[in-house]
Design a protein around this ligand. Sequence first.
Ligand SMILES: [Zn+2]
Length: 288
Amino acid sequence: MHPDVLARPTTVTFPTGALRADARVLAVQGDVVVTDATPFHPVDHTWPDQPGDSGTIVVGADEVAVAEAVMAAISDDGAFAVGTDIPVKRGAEGWTWLVAHRMDGEIPASVVAGSTAALEVDADRRAGLSRGHTACHLASLALDLALADLWRKDPGPDALGNPDFEGRANQTSFIHADGAVDEYRLGKSLRKAGFDTETFAASMAEREAAINGTLASWVSSGAPSRVVVDGPTIIDMRRWECELPEGTASIPCGGTHASSLAEFASITVSLDLSDPQLLVMTTTAVPA
Ligand SMILES: [Zn+2]
C-alpha cells in the first residue's frame, strides 16, 4: 500500500459528469484497486440506491475490467474494509474514505501501488443510471404533490415545499438504467403521523394519473439538472438540484444525474398496493 492512501480521501470527478481520468494506484487489496482520484461513482455502503459504475483500468499495455466501484475505508490504525464490510458510517472520524474499484478477473502484476493508471467509465451504463436517478427523484417529488391533500397533520416540507411523504415513508430505493423501484411503508406510524391511508387506497388510480401528469409537464420544461458539491472528495457533501417550473428542488444526494430534463422523452410511474402496508412505485424513463 502506498503511504499516500492515508493522506486524504479519494478525489472524485463524477459529479461533473466526468468519465475518464489519469490517476495513481495507491493500493491493491484482494480484488480491489484504490487510486488517488477517480471518475467512477461508487455504490454507497449504507444506502445502496444507485449501483456503482463499471468500466476499465489501463496500466501500460494491461487493461482490466472494473465490475463495480464501491466504497472503501482505512482506519488510522490500518484496518482496511470494503463495501458493506465497513463498520462505520461514511465520513466517520478516524477513517480515510476511498473509492475502490472491484476488478473482474485477475489483476496484472503491472497494477501495483505507485503505477499510473487510465480510468474509464462505461458511458452508456452511467448515462442510463443517471437518467434513472434523476427520474427517481422527480417521481418522488411528483408523488409528494399528488398525496398532499391526504395529510391531516403537517409532516414537514419536501424540496418543493409539499408535505414530505417521501421523507416519512420511503423504506428502500433501487435505481437501475432508466428507472427505479421505491418502497413506502404505509403502517401504523404513518397513520399516526396524520396520513389518510384509506382514502389513498381508494383513489390510487387518480393519484397515479396525477403523478404522470406532473412528470410529463416537468419533462416538457426541459429543466436544467445538476450535481453540486461542497468539495472534491468522496466524503464532501453533494446535492442534486433541478430548476423545475415550481422552483429549484435541492436534495442531498450522492449519485449521478442527467444534465437536463430534455434528456428524457418521458418519465412515468405505476403504483402497486398488492400488500396494503407497502406501496411500490415503479418509475420508467424513456431517453429522448
Ligand atoms: Zn439521490
